[in-house]
Ligand binder design. Structure first.
Ligand SMILES: [Zn+2]
Length: 459
């Protein structure tokens, strides 16, 4: 075991970026009752709609922590059992999406998104409590507030959080699919992109898109429940957010690819890349998203709202219109680098009952990005999207931070028929971080994704 691996590119790409299409909403309205179709059965014996399940779980957890004060071992056992029940329910909710057969993007309806949000928060809370117990602290932390921004659940933009919707969204999966399939893009351009129709609103925003700027397709777009009822309409929001997806996936950050960004900036006559702190009207990424909306959007997507940047509107400039279209076609037609298929990565092991488990893992906060284990052995596996011209050297490394990074295990698995797999052995109970990335033979772990592992030890 060599203790020299360095998690190199964490400084930039691991930073989660959020870009949002902002539009003032009307004032928040009372919460609508969730549909019974969104029932959750995990932990609490009676099936409950996701919002009532959240309240029940929150109340239950407060009582449980009181009841088991001074009995950490018994509490740990209960929480591990519940963590597995919740994670199985989350795995099932994450699979409840429409997979577009040709373009291979995913759409979650509002009940599925609601379930995913509260299950992810309940799972995260148990992970925090278990982590406290593991280091000998009796937990006093608060249950996560579902309306606020949290390190788990559906991501919100900075501190704005979420607000209740006056009524269920009046658009569904079919409406999203109809809008998305209207875009004249190559069939593979949107592969792996996830859309979430939310049962609540992103406070102050119609939609948001997230990326970690990884080579894989880990982007997602979140749509407020109130779209259509209040301006802007669905087509406008989707067109704008798809523009963000295109630059996230096919260009990356300005630092990652200044040449490609420069060609867009030359087109709009902008000298300096304007970052997200700048005004919406001047922000380079917003310029790109609005250009995409104008050039690729339907009449509804173009017309629902004014062009919101200080750049010249391509609708009135055929030269700019055609130039942007050629640029996007060029970006999308280039094959990306080889990388993990981020929609097909798994961590498996043996659970507290001695039964085998396998969870799909993902880097987004609403996905399963932390695994609790009572066994020291975990297996990581993933399918890989290969670019034949591009070497791919996977590296999977496990660290403990106490507080300095200590490498405890690593593996450089070979790609076999489009798959990689490796075993990670944990030396003793504790909290670990699993980095999954690439190696160029140097000390650096390149383009890493990270997953947390909480190894409880024998119950
Ligand atoms: Zn935007």
């Amino acid at each position: 075991m060599r203790a020299w691996l360095r998690i190199y590119s964490l400084q930039v790409p691991a930073l989660m970026l959020a870009t949002l299409l902002s539009w003032p909403w009307l004032t928040p309205s009372p919460l609508w009752a969730a549909e019974t179709a969104s029932n959750i059965t995990a932990v609490h014996s009676k099936p409950l709609p996701y919002d009532r399940w959240y309240q029940t779980d929150r109340t239950y957890m407060a009582a449980l922590l009181q009841e088991y004060k001074g009995n950490s071992r018994a509490l740990t056992k209960i929480l591990v059992r519940e963590w597995y029940q919740i994670t199985v329910a989350l795995r099932s909710a994450l699979s409840e999406c429409y997979r577009e057969p040709v373009r291979q993007y995913l759409v979650y309806d509002a009940p599925a998104s609601g379930k995913i949000h509260v299950l992810s928060l309940a799972k995260y809370y148990r992970e925090k409590v278990l982590s406290d117990l593991l280091v000998g602290i009796y937990p006093t932390r608060e249950y996560p507030d579902r309306w606020r921004s949290n390190p788990a659940g559906i991501p919100s933009f900075v501190s704005n959080g979420f607000s209740p919707a006056a009524q269920p969204p009046d658009f569904g999966v079919d409406d999203v699919v109809a809008v998305v399939n209207d875009f004249d893009l190559p069939p593979g351009a949107l592969r792996g992109l996830s859309f979430y129709i939310l049962p609540f609103n992103l406070t102050g925003y119609a939609g948001s898109s997230h990326t970690r700027l990884l080579p894989g397709r880990e982007e997602s777009i979140y749509l407020s429940a109130g779209i259509n009822k209040e301006s802007p309409p669905l087509a406008v929001t989707i067109a704008h957010e798809l523009g963000h997806y295109i630059h996230y996936q096919y260009i990356g950050s300005y630092e990652q690819d200044p040449v490609k960004w420069r060609s867009f900036m030359n087109l709009i006559g902008q000298d300096d890349f304007q970052v997200s702190s700048s005004r919406f009207e001047d922000n380079t990424e917003e310029h790109f998203a609005e250009y995409f909306r104008m050039v690729y959007g339907s009449a509804a997507a173009r017309g629902g709202s004014r062009f919101r940047t200080s750049a010249p509107n391509p609708l009135y400039r055929p030269d700019l219109f055609n130039c942007f279209k050629r640029m996007v076609e060029g970006l999308v037609s280039q094959s990306g680098p080889s990388y993990y298929d981020v929609n097909n990565m798994w961590i498996s092991g043996v659970d507290y009952r001695g039964q085998r488990f396998s969870f799909p893992v993902g880097v987004r906060t609403e996905q399963i990005n932390t695994v609790v284990t009572t066994s020291p052995y975990l297996d990581f596996s993933s399918s890989v999207i290969l670019n034949p011209e591009d070497p791919f050297n996977p590296l999977v490394a496990c660290f403990r931070f106490d507080p300095k990074a200590v490498l405890v295990d690593y593996s450089t698995p070979r790609v076999d028929r489009g798959y990689i797999g490796c075993r990670i052995t944990l030396p003793r109970p504790g909290i670990y971080t699993l980095f999954v990335g690439e190696t160029d033979g140097s000390r650096n772990i390149l383009t890493p994704m990270s997953f947390k592992i909480i190894y409880i030890g024998n119950l």
